[in-house]
Design a protein around this ligand. Structure first.
Ligand SMILES: [Zn+2]
Length: 268
């Protein structure tokens, strides 16, 4: 009997993703480091703080160019500790952030990271009703497992975690293709200036970038791919599949990596 497994784009089984909050001017430098190394990241922005000089945010006119190739994602409109807010405020904070960010992003913005790491079941429900499809927490797992609940998406670690480089090396060495692995690093770009440790992220990105067996993805690319893959229709005997989505989806068929183009039926 054939063995069929989900594979990431390109037939890969490891994904690296980065996630940075608040949209401060240091994002410019961080994005150039990501781009030099072929790494992708998600940037969680508070669109309601852009015009307030006390918050040092990038001017919103620069958003489309600055975050090109990265993901623009929500972080609520004005960064309240959201679990303390009534549901009506959660809805307003989420929807208004989406509406404003989408003016600059040009695509439906569906990601979130919880401001101050605060959330609750009620918050998740309200945000999902506003079209949010994932939200990142600040709980480090030190693991490479795929998330079970994307509305409580726990990162592997913060970039200042003492284990960052050990975890990176461990991730690079993973080779068992029967598992999917994700490494997820988060932080704020201004921390590199405050802590005077830009060399830390430069070294990490140099170490992790340019690897043949790693898929470099934004947060939402991972969510979209996993959701699309679940829509694939497999024949009962496992000899063919129909991909009804707009994505090329990859299957590991007896260790051979097979791409199924969008909208097509493929016999293996
Ligand atoms: Zn924040």
């Amino acid at each position: 009997m054939r063995r069929l497994f989900l594979a990431f784009p390109g037939g890969k089984h490891k994904v690296l993703t980065m996630s940075y909050d608040d949209g401060r001017p240091e994002d410019v430098r961080l994005i150039s480091i990501f781009k030099e190394n072929g790494i992708k990241g998600t940037f969680h922005l508070n669109s309601g703080l852009y015009d307030d000089p006390q918050y040092q945010r990038n001017p919103k006119e620069q958003i489309p160019e600055l975050y090109k190739g990265m993901e623009i994602s929500c972080h609520t409109y004005t960064h309240p500790t959201i679990a303390r807010c009534p549901s009506t405020e959660v809805v307003k904070q989420t929807l208004e952030d989406r509406i404003q960010l989408e003016k600059y992003a040009g695509y439906p913005v569906r990601g979130m990271s919880y401001p101050n790491g605060s959330f609750s079941k009620e918050v998740e429900i309200a945000m999902e009703a506003c079209g949010i499809e994932y939200s990142r927490t600040v709980r480090s797992t030190h693991s490479f497992a795929m998330p079970e609940n994307y509305m409580e998406w726990d990162p592997t670690c913060h970039h200042n975690d003492p284990k960052l480089f050990d975890l990176g090396r461990e991730f690079l060495a993973l080779h068992k293709t029967q598992y999917l692995y994700m490494m997820y690093v988060w932080g704020h770009s201004y921390e590199f200036t405050n802590n005077d440790n830009w060399d830390r992220i430069e070294e990490f990105c140099r170490m992790m970038g340019g690897q043949e067996d790693i898929w470099y993805a934004t947060n939402i690319e991972i969510v979209d791919y996993m959701k699309a893959w679940k829509q694939m229709k497999f024949s009962a005997d496992g000899t063919f599949a129909f991909n009804p989505t707009a994505y090329t989806l990859w299957i590991d068929v007896d260790r051979e990596m097979v791409p199924v183009p969008a909208g097509q039926t493929l016999h293996f």
